[in-house]
Design a protein around this ligand. Sequence first.
Ligand SMILES: Nc1nc2c(c(=O)[nH]1)N[C@H]1C(S)=C(S)[C@@H](COP(=O)(O)O)O[C@H]1N2
Ligand SMILES: [Mo]
Length: 253
Amino acid sequence: MTDRLSRRRLLTGLGLAVSTPLLSACDRLGQSPAFRGFLGTGEWLSYRVQRLIGASAMATEYPQSQLSPQFRTNGNTRPASAEYQRHAAESFTHWHLVIDGLVDAPQSLSLASLRRMPARTQITRHDCVEGWSAIGQWTGVPLAALLDRAQLHPDARFIVFHCADDFRGTQYYESIDLVDAFHPQTILAYGMNGKDLPMGHGAPLRLRVERQLGYKHAKFVMRVEAVRSLDTIGRGRGGYWEDQGDYDWYAGI
Ligand SMILES: Nc1nc2c(c(=O)[nH]1)N[C@H]1C(S)=C(S)[C@@H](COP(=O)(O)O)O[C@H]1N2
Ligand SMILES: [Mo]
């Protein structure tokens, strides 16, 4: 267990009494028909195993020499909204990241203020469900630090990322649980391979949630929302591709 993600917080994040031992905590979550219905059987098993034995396991980090010479883009590479285009034209100097929902201190943070916060740099492998991988270096603010700053409310269970881009009018969104939200390698990245994050890769800010597949790594993040349940987000399955297709919400690698 990492120190940032205290045992208390983990248990709270799993929706359970603070005094409950971890093992029975997961068992109890398994008894929740809502959560089990939300995850498919295999997905639930993988989620459960990862949460029981690997809540704080780190994704592999690589040396500089392993960086992919080409890191392809995928999905949207240029959000169409006029607001986003205006921010891009101004090099995102008037852009703000909003953090709201179940927090006691909602935030509106400029890119400059995000850059002033303690940063983490990591070289990791991105795995897209479509079958390609690439190794890249990412620099950004740990999501844990942002959630601490916003004073996450004890009722919060999931963190939702609202993006600037859309597919035929439906905005892209994704969500993760609190175990991944407070994992030390979960960052909101503004830098890639030592430079500003390029637009195609999600400028000005994109999620890196290294233990899950590519579609969970929301690009063009505009708003971070803490919620009790995913029921009211999109069609209720926690992400754009989860709702549109049949992608798993828990996409652990
Ligand atoms: N906002 C947004 N985030 C997104 C996508 C997208 O289309 N829009 N595509 C996802 C998919 S499927 C992958 S594999 C990665 C691709 O990231 P990259 O363009 O930096 O390679 O972003 C993910 N995040
Ligand atoms: Mo992907």
